[in-house]
Structure formats: structure tokens, C-alpha cells
Design a protein around this ligand. Structure first.
Ligand SMILES: [Zn+2]
Length: 302
């Protein structure tokens, strides 16, 4: 790299509002749709001892998504047009609201709350994906370095035009199988689904997420058995698309292993910060990464 900024570099510089600032007033990247209306502007509070105790006290069980719900019910102080400013900051907001928040917005709010604290850094442990290594690599994440991707106003939280390599078959009528591969879509999940997935053992999360969110070209859903029958390459590809094309905090970051020197991209899952869970690696293809950058540029131009 030279010191001369090229036009491409300049294009990739994110304007300041799409990074975390130490500001209690934040704008939801996806937007909360509640009873048909979209709400975007939220005021959050810093964490208190009350929150630390509620989360660590076992009320959320081992469910990181439930812990995020509890944190949000307490730390959301107001939502413009929906939740009036709390007179008492220790009163929780309606659970239905945090359940209606999309998973990307919930993750975003977790970091927005964290950014209000004195230490913007978060320590995580990332497992090396090389099978003969599996070294746990400590990593420090600075909240201020995270980029936020905003979803356009009034657009459904749906990732469209998804194509798979092999696809899958669904029995629509008795003994009548239909193949699906292209024009699939993904409906981004909400807090209710987040909590349901958070309560499952790790190896069942992908199947349940795919069954809950994937839609056929005619809008139809699939069951868990169909999701289970899909090739792993297609399942991995689906989860990659979701991680990289969803709005919200860009949690995909470059990692390198201190033991074997392997380099890869991993996605950090905020719900794993509760309960000390290790961050499982998610490999991210180079092709997808550049596609995401392109998409971001398009979104920014709007
Ligand atoms: Zn390694």
C-alpha cells in the first residue's frame, strides 16, 4: 500500500455514523417492525451491576440469546414512537418488543450498550479451524472498529435470489417430489427465534435456523427433516450468505493462528459472550467477501 489514496480506497471509508460512538442514542441498522410500523431510534443505558447479576445469576440458563433479551429489556430506555422514556431505568420494557427485534438489531444493541462503557474492547477466544490444530486463539475486539451496515427503509428483512449448488427436494403432495435450487430467500429471524435457537445444542442450531428462515420461491417453508437432508456444502453456503449479507454489525473478521499460522475469517457471535462459550470458526470465502463489499457500496449510495 502506498500513501496515495486511490478512489477505491476512498469509497470504502465508512462515514462516521456507521461506527459505534459513545452515544446512548442509536439507530437500528435493520429497523424494528412492530405491529406494522418500523421504528429505528433507540436510547440505551450502560450496563449496571443489576444487569451483570441478572445475566450471570443463571436466569438465562446457558442461553446467550436469552441473556441478550434480558439485557435489552433493561437497557433500552426508549424507542422513539413506541416506548416512552422510562421514569425508572430499572423497569424492563415489554418482552414482546425485544422478541420482535431482529437478530441483527439485537446483536447491534448489545455492542451499542458495550460501547457506552469505559473499555470498548471485548476479549474473545477463537478456535483454529485446522483439524489437527484446534488451538484456541485469544482475540481482542475493539467495538469502535466494527462496521455497521444499514438496511434501506421500508424494505423487508429478506435476503433474496439465493442459489444453492445442489439444492434439495420437498414432497409437496403425496409421492410427488419437487426440486429446489434457485430463487430461494431467507427471512431474517427475530428475538423469539434467537432464543429458541439459543436453547438448542450447538449441532442442532443450523438445521433449525434453516427450517425457520428459508423460503421456497412460492413462499413455502421447509421442515427440519428437509434441512437435515441438504448437503453440508449447501447448508454452509446458506449460513455464509446470511452472515455476510444481513444488515447490522459486520462481525466477520480476519484471524490467524498463533500455533500453526493458519489464516481464516471467523464470525464472532455476541450471544457467546455470555457463559464463556468459545467462538466457533466460520470460514468465509473470498468471493463472498468481495460481494459483500460491493453490496455495501450499493447500500451506501442510496
Ligand atoms: Zn492452528
Amino acid at each position: 500500500m502506498t500513501d496515495q489514496p486511490t478512489s477505491d480506497v476512498r469509497e470504502d471509508v465508512t462515514p462516521s455514523p456507521s461506527r459505534f460512538a459513545r452515544e446512548p442514542r442509536v439507530r437500528l441498522p435493520a429497523g424494528l417492525v412492530y405491529k406494522g410500523t418500523t421504528y429505528r431510534d433507540v436510547v440505551v443505558d450502560r450496563r449496571t451491576g443489576y444487569d451483570d447479576e441478572a445475566i450471570a445469576g443463571g436466569k438465562a440458563g446457558n442461553n446467550g440469546a436469552k441473556a441478550i433479551s434480558m439485557l435489552l429489556q433493561r437497557c433500552i430506555l426508549s424507542i422513539d414512537g413506541l416506548v416512552e422514556e422510562k421514569r425508572n431505568r430499572f423497569v424492563r420494557i415489554d418482552k414482546r418488543i425485544v422478541e420482535a427485534l431482529s437478530i441483527p438489531d439485537r446483536d447491534f444493541l448489545f455492542f451499542a450498550i458495550h460501547a457506552l462503557g469505559t473499555d470498548p474492547k471485548i476479549k474473545v477466544s477463537v478456535k483454529c479451524p485446522e483439524p489437527d490444530c484446534s488451538q484456541m486463539n485469544p482475540r481482542v475486539l475493539d467495538v469502535r472498529d466494527l462496521e455497521i451496515v444499514y438496511w434501506p427503509d421500508g424494505e423487508d428483512l429478506v435476503l433474496r435470489d439465493i442459489s444453492l449448488l445442489d439444492g434439495f427436494e420437498v414432497m409437496r403432495k403425496q409421492d410427488e417430489w419437487t426440486s429446489y435450487k434457485d430463487e430461494l430467500s431467507w427471512h431474517i429471524g427475530n428475538g423469539k427465534l434467537h432464543e429458541d435457537l439459543g436453547g438448542l445444542p450447538d449441532h442442532k442450531v443450523a438445521t433449525s435456523a434453516i427450517a425457520a428462515c428459508l423460503r421456497l420461491p412460492d413462499g413455502g417453508t421447509i421442515d427440519t427433516e428437509t434441512a437435515r437432508r441438504m448437503y453440508s456444502t449447501d447448508r454452509d453456503e446458506l449460513l455464509r450468505i446470511v452472515q455476510e449479507e444481513s444488515p447490522g454489525v459486520d462481525l466477520v473478521s480476519d484471524c490467524s493462528c498463533s500455533l500453526c499460522g493458519h489464516e481464516w475469517s471467523a464470525r464472532i457471535d455476541p450471544s457467546l459472550f455470555f457463559g464463556g462459550g468459545a467462538q466457533e470458526p466460520t470460514r468465509v470465502s473470498k468471493r463472498r467477501k468481495s460481494a459483500r463489499k460491493k453490496k455495501r457500496r450499493q447500500l451506501r449510495k442510496r
